[in-house]
Every structure is written in structure tokens, then in C-alpha cells.
Design a binder for this molecule. Sequence first.
Ligand code: ATP
Length: 248
Amino acid sequence: MIEVQGFTKQYEGRVAVDDLTFSVQGGEIVGLVGPNGAGKTTTLRALAGIHPATAGRILIGGHDLAREPIQAKRRLALIPDEPQLFSSLTVWEHLDFTARVYGVRDWRAPGERLLTELELIDRRDSMADELSRGMRQKVAVACALLHDPAVLLLDEPLTGLDPRGIRTLYDTIRRRAAAGCAVMLSSHLLGQIEGLCTSFLVVRLGRMLFHGSRDDLRARYAAELGEAASLEDIFFHLTEDAAPGTPA
Ligand SMILES: Nc1ncnc2c1ncn2[C@@H]1O[C@H](COP(=O)(O)OP(=O)(O)OP(=O)(O)O)[C@@H](O)[C@H]1O
């Protein structure tokens, strides 16, 4: 569903992401994990077609993002780290607006289901300005899911959510993946998303350090760190000690 070949991004000649190659299939939930400045947001924004790759190729549902941007973008949704809402629209009006942008007909029943699923139904007539940060985040999620994307990208989605909000979002993500959606989400902390993700892509300074399942990660570092090492321990070991550019 997502195919990334040699993705490289430079800002004014400085390399932010260097030669990433990976794929995400429908049903997978991939955690893009790395410390500050690792290139997570840059990668997700490029996958969403917000800014072009300096080099490499990105395909969404078989459509090349550079050559067929409309077909590719129709199949995806990005939930940014800061929810971007219109202060003077209500929650319901956000869904209405999103449905118009994506040409979604018959959106009202699915819209109600989404608001119920995300525990926002009581706030459907509230203005975005009147919502808490976590609620605003959930509105962004509802809008992103309204056109039933095949690829779902979430940048630091847990920021601002309370434990119940996190559980609700996890359930929503799992449900979409079970229905065949390819999901990629970023986080600073592997431990925080380890129960959700089916595999992990660990990056540092724009380079991929590891890509594989939790079991692969444990197996690779068991000898070095001991069987009792948590994923968090492994993450710190990987991102602090690995030489930049160590191949995955
Ligand atoms: N618009 C920009 N112009 C110039 N450099 C940028 C720009 N956006 C990001 N960078 C640089 O690219 C690198 C990767 O940044 P990015 O925001 O993708 O990292 P990140 O992993 O999402 O970090 P964080 O966890 O802090 O959000 C950093 O060195 C950053 O300074």
C-alpha cells in the first residue's frame, strides 16, 4: 500500500532524511520511532505529498505521488501533530467541509458513527475554539477517516490525549488496520506504542537503524542487552549508541 524507495529529503542542502526504503502493507501498523530531529515529520509529510522528495520514489496504493498526486492523495490521510481546525466551524461542520473537499457523498451516518466511536458525539455542535486539545485531535482524526483512506498517517498522535483518549484512538486505529488500512504513526517513545504496532521503523539523524517486528527487535538485541531488556531499553541503546548511518 505504501512503497518508499530511496526517499531522501534535503532542506537547503542539509540532509534531513537519507535514502529510506520500506513498504507498509494493508493491515500493518508501523511505528516510526526516533528522537527529536530524526526525520519522522519530514517522512510523514513527504508520504502525504505535502512536500516533494529531493530524491527517491513514493507510491501510495500503486500511484506515484510525484506523477499521479491526485490519485495517490485520494487514498491517504495525514493527521498532523498539531490539529489544524477552523476556529469558527463546529465539529459537525468540519465533517461537512471535509466531505465536500473529498467528494464523499452520504457522509452523515458514517460521520455520526465516527463521532460516537471517538466519544465526540456530545460535542458535535461545539465550535473548534471551545474544545480541549485532545478533543481537537479527535476531530482531526474523524475528518481524516471520513473518506475511508487506504493509508493512514499519524504524526505524534498521542500528544494531548488522556489515557482513555489513547485507548479510544488505539481501538480506532486497530479497527482500520483490521479493515485493510496501512497505518504509519510516529512517536518519540517506542514503549508508548509497542502494544499497538505490528512493526517498527527506528530512525536517527535521517537514517534507518532498524525495521522489523517486536520479536525481531528483541531477538537482535537479546544477546547484547539480555532477555529482560524492554523495548524502551533497546530503543535507547539503538538511538544513543548506534553510529549514525549503521545499516538496518
Ligand atoms: N522546514 C525546514 N527547513 C529546514 N530544516 C528543516 C525543516 N523541517 C525540518 N528540518 C530539519 O530536518 C531534520 C528532521 O526534522 P523533523 O522535523 O523531520 O524531525 P522529527 O523526527 O519529526 O523531530 P521531532 O521529534 O523533534 O518532531 C531536523 O534536522 C530539522 O531541523
